[in-house]
Design a binder for this molecule. Structure first.
Ligand code: PLP
Length: 374
């Protein structure tokens, strides 16, 4: 039995007719840059996410960069974020001459612990940048309350959580549409992935939308006339057409992931050494990753996985505040014990839309048999 961490080939085979036609249309029209396929996807995603502006761009890292560029913060301004994330979140903060300030995570959700944010705020703090890690919302009600009281912005890194919902102010909203700006990645393995690189920024604010659109297009809205310095960050027509096809299936994909997650829960529920993913009450979990925690013997399980050809992920093996240039930014008074502990204990199991009960049984039997011998 071949088990994949992510099965993009299997997913493609199920929509091959639709997908091949969409790709052929782009070639027939030579609509490679900008054009009608990008416009169509942008509008369909605005409708789906119920957000005023979707601005497609080159990738999820650019989306974060565009979001921070639009804020126009003075150099040295502080952005509060997590050290338990993909490097892009923190990289762009540093790249723009801003200062990341790391706050520890909640051990149950792996997201920023909102109770620790306020004490990290100084007069230089301009923004909180929560990551909706693994497909579930950060504690947005607490974050939004704090941000509005302290008059700072919120940028949501939603790369892993497209279509995850969250109940805020008694209404259910999609992650990425609650703060000032949300950012998305369409990297192939993300829940809505294209066949290359892609990303987008989301906002309900017209002024921020104007700026991000401007910055993504060389600071120019009229060809060869420049209002500001920008970057070149575009979503290809081909990727947009691919995403438009997959967007029609997104709700099905999400429910397939949730179904697989529920089966993992069931199969692992009697294995006391394994902590299965916590679900928050205020929103749903779209399972970009199904990440378990094991206090001891993670190395024995990964060894057994390797032996049996079961793929796995460790997201993330080393926190950013302990690595390279990023250590410079970690305030020496700040210990992040939960972040450190999570890095040692997390294990992400195969998760995609094509998993079968048989595959999941094999994965969980391997875990159980390994732990039995410990
Ligand atoms: C994938 C990811 C990104 C970056 O997206 P790219 O499209 O690869 O640039 C940013 N933040 C998080 C949390 C991610 O998982």
């Amino acid at each position: 039995m071949e088990i994949r961490m992510v099965d993009l080939q299997g997913q493609y085979q199920n929509i091959k007719g639709e997908m091949d036609k969409a790709i052929q249309n782009v070639i027939n029209d030579s609509a490679f840059i900008k054009g009608k396929y990008v416009k169509s996807f942008k509008e369909n995603l605005e409708k789906y996410l119920q957000v005023k502006h979707v601005i497609p761009c080159g990738n999820g890292t650019d989306a974060l960069q565009l979001a921070l560029m639009a804020m126009d913060y003075e150099k040295g301004s502080e952005v509060i974020t997590s050290s338990f994330t993909f490097v892009a979140t923190v990289e762009v903060i540093c790249l723009l001459g801003l200062k990341p300030v790391f706050v520890d995570i909640d051990p149950q959700t792996f997201n920023l612990d909102a109770r620790l944010i306020e004490q990290a705020i100084t007069e230089k703090t301009k923004c909180i940048l929560p990551v909706h890690l693994f497909g579930q919302a950060a504690d947005m009600s607490a974050i939004m309350e704090l941000a509005s009281r302290r008059k700072i912005h919120v940028i949501e890194d939603t790369a892993q959580a497209i279509s995850a919902t969250y109940i805020h102010d008694n209404t259910s909203s999609y992650c990425g549409t609650i703060g000032d700006i949300g950012t998305l990645s369409f990297f192939p393995s993300k829940n809505l992935g294209c066949y290359g690189d892609g990303g987008a920024v989301l906002t309900n604010n017209d002024d921020l939308a104007y700026k991000m659109n401007l910055y993504a297009n060389h600071g120019s809205l009229k060809k060869y006339y420049y209002e500001s310095i920008g970057i070149n960050s575009r979503l290809d027509g081909m990727q947009a057409a691919i995403l438009d096809v997959k967007l029609r299936h997104l709700d099905t994909y999400v429910s397939q992931r949730q179904k697989a997650a529920a089966l993992y829960d069931e199969l692992l529920k009697e294995t006391s050494q394994v902590i299965t993913p916590h679900r928050i009450e205020a929103g749903n979990h779209v399972f970009h990753q199904y990440t378990i925690r094991i206090h001891d013997h993670r190395d024995k399980i990964t060894a057994a996985f390797k032996e049996k050809g079961i793929p796995f992920g460790i997201y993330y093996p080393e926190p950013l505040h302990k690595q390279g240039i990023y250590t410079k930014f970690a305030r020496d008074t700040t210990a992040l014990p939960e972040t450190d502990r999570a890095c040692k204990e997390v294990l992400s199991l195969p998760m995609h839309t094509e998993l079968t009960a048989e595959m999941q049984g094999f994965v969980c039997d391997t875990i159980k048999n390994t732990l039995q011998d410990c």
